[in-house]
Design a protein around this ligand. Structure first.
Ligand code: HEM
Length: 208
């Protein structure tokens, strides 16, 4: 796992709870390095271990901790100028989500060993959509929830409620999670209006 994600986590813990708490969590989680390099890779077990240790030290729920890590990541990448990429990923939430695979693919130039997650959208309605998340990693469900809620707030000024509908581990050890996202899906409304408009536009004048 690339250092970028670990940097955002240690930064969050230090800023919100102080250096001492970070040291305590780091030791409990048996994390060797005290600082991380963005483009270096680290053990896959580090983030889940840090979340578990943080839950103990901070007396919080581990799922909420992972959710908080996801929220923090979206703000953190702003420091690297990645927020400008995120801002142009789509005019609407569903375009953004459908664009995440391309985004990670593009990032492969700077992170050649990337093992990215995969996302796709289906079953859109005016009240939301279904999001499929596939990953070679376990334990990131709440992280994703945090990321998406934060993206909604930051880039679409939209409150998103996220529910896990289904979670399956495949024989090849990949994880497939189905989320239902509830929000004001303006894109779907716009499209519907367009359809109605185009029907009206196509009614011959003589028929009116
Ligand atoms: C420009 C902003 C972003 C950058 C630079 C970025 C970069 C990365 C990097 C470097 C990794 C580590 C992968 C590895 O080490 O193999 C990663 C993992 C991940 N990214 Fe992104 N990412 C960005 C935006 C997002 C967004 C907006 C989402 C979701 C809403 C997302 C979802 C994830 C997830 C869930 C993982 C790790 C868990 C897994 O593999 O399933 N990323 N990303």
């Amino acid at each position: 796992m690339y250092g970028l994600l670990l940097e955002s986590i240690s930064d969050l813990i230090k800023t919100k709870y102080g250096e001492d708490k970070w040291e305590e969590i780091r030791q409990l989680a048996k994390v060797g390095p005290s600082v991380f390099s963005t483009h270096e890779t680290y053990g896959e077990e580090l983030i889940p271990n840090i979340a578990r240790a943080a839950a103990v030290v901070l007396k919080e729920n581990a799922d909420d901790i992972m959710d908080g890590f996801g929220v923090a990541f979206v703000s953190f990448v702003g420091q690297y100028g990645y927020d400008s990429i995120l801002k142009v990923l789509g005019r609407h939430m569903r375009d953004f989500l459908n664009g995440l695979d391309n985004l990670h693919e593009y990032l492969r130039f700077s992170y050649p060993k990337l093992r990215p997650p995969s996302f796709f959208v289906e079953n859109e309605s005016k009240a939301g959509l279904t999001l499929h998340y596939r990953s070679r990693r376990k334990g990131f469900v709440h992280y994703v929830k945090g990321q998406i809620r934060r993206v909604g707030e930051l880039f679409y000024n939209t409150k998103v409620n996220i529910y896990v509908v289904d979670e399956v581990e495949n024989a090849d050890h990949t994880v497939h999670v189905k989320f239902r996202l509830l929000f004001n899906n303006v894109a779907y409304r716009d499209n519907n209006r367009l359809t109605v408009d185009s029907i009206v536009d196509n009614i011959p004048l003589s028929g009116l």
